[in-house]
Design a protein around this ligand. Sequence first.
Ligand code: NAD
Ligand code: UD1
Length: 344
Amino acid sequence: MKKTEKILVTGGAGYIGSHTVIELIEQGYTPVILDNFSNAHPSVIPLMEAIAGEPILMVQGDCNDSELLRNLFSEHDFSGVIHFAAFKAVGESVANPLKYYQNNLFSLIQLLRVMEEFKVTKLVFSSSCTVYGTPVGATKVDEQTQLGVPNSPYGWTKLMCEQILRDAVIANPKLQVIFLRYFNPIGAHPSGKIGEFPQGVPNNILPYMTQTASGILPQLTVYGNDYPTPDGTCIRDYIHVCDLADAHICALDYLSVPRELAVFNIGTGTGVSVLELIAAFEQATGKPLNWKFGPRRVGDVVKIYADAQSAAEKMNWKATRTVNDAVRDAWKWEQNRLANENRN
Ligand code: NAD
Ligand code: UD1
């Protein structure tokens, strides 16, 4: 793909999308964001523009709106699509599964129909390591690892979207699709201008830590200390969001020649325990974090991390940032965000 080309980025105002849009611009692409702001705030756009140093093309709207999609595809000659738009709150998906199946499946189906109509053939799809469920046997999973039973309706939407795409590619071999299975994205842009800002009390560990350290939340509870791991806490593959953003550029490069459907794990290849993450965070902030052990969280996978060799070999992508970089950047973002809130 030539780098001046236009890329539709659905969900491009969200956490991973916003970092990817910056990277696309830095690499010379012209991203066009489609986002309905269901889980992002319009104020992120000027912050992204401040980082990018140029205006960003942005359309407010819903991926389920086929008319709007058609207008967008008529107006712009897209050479590819990165599809981030989805709901992602695991707990909410258990409480309201239909909301998740409707948004996450239908938005993909509408998008595929309009892509076909306008003969746009390249798609990078945001998948998740949740499709492996609880891995049996080895906990370092490669892309051949048998897919598991996701632990939530959200997880099922990712597995189902993958299946929809597999079938769509069989029916239309011109369609070129990559699934990027993200492990645990954390961190923020090193400028501290954009980062993760979950609505309500965070479920994921790093935003919980930053909000505890800044005094918004009283204390972090570490879920379980009796797991069969070296320090008794669960192990994950935490990946810096900017490394994740880079993976999308590599995916577009990989699609610059005709390819069959490809699947890549996007992780660092290293497992980090909850206590190790806390230690890294305390080092980055220079102060102790208020935390305690609590009971295990229902449904938690004990240990999972990525074998990301395939992404390295086939699309020349490798994580280059450390967990220490990620917690440092997340903390910078939290402090900036609070300083801005206090000013306004
Ligand atoms: P996010 O919620 O921050 O971003 C998603 C964006 O999509 C939001 O800006 C939201 O407003 C928008 N959106 C949702 N539905 C839409 C629709 N119908 N039309 C238009 N816009 C819509 O989430 P994120 O963390 O940036 O995740 C991006 C993608 O990566 C999602 O598909 C998510 O499932 C996947 N993913 C995320 C993680 C993670 O831990 N963050 C892990 C694995 C996979
Ligand atoms: C989350 C998602 C999962 C997704 C994965 C990768 C949930 C429930 N699951 O899971 O669908 O595929 O990210 O993006 O959101 N922890 C604490 N205290 C806390 C929060 C978390 O100890 O307050 C621990 C957890 O037990 C876990 C680790 O921190 O061991 C990471 O938790 P989290 O950030 O929620 O990610 P995942 O459990 O991997």
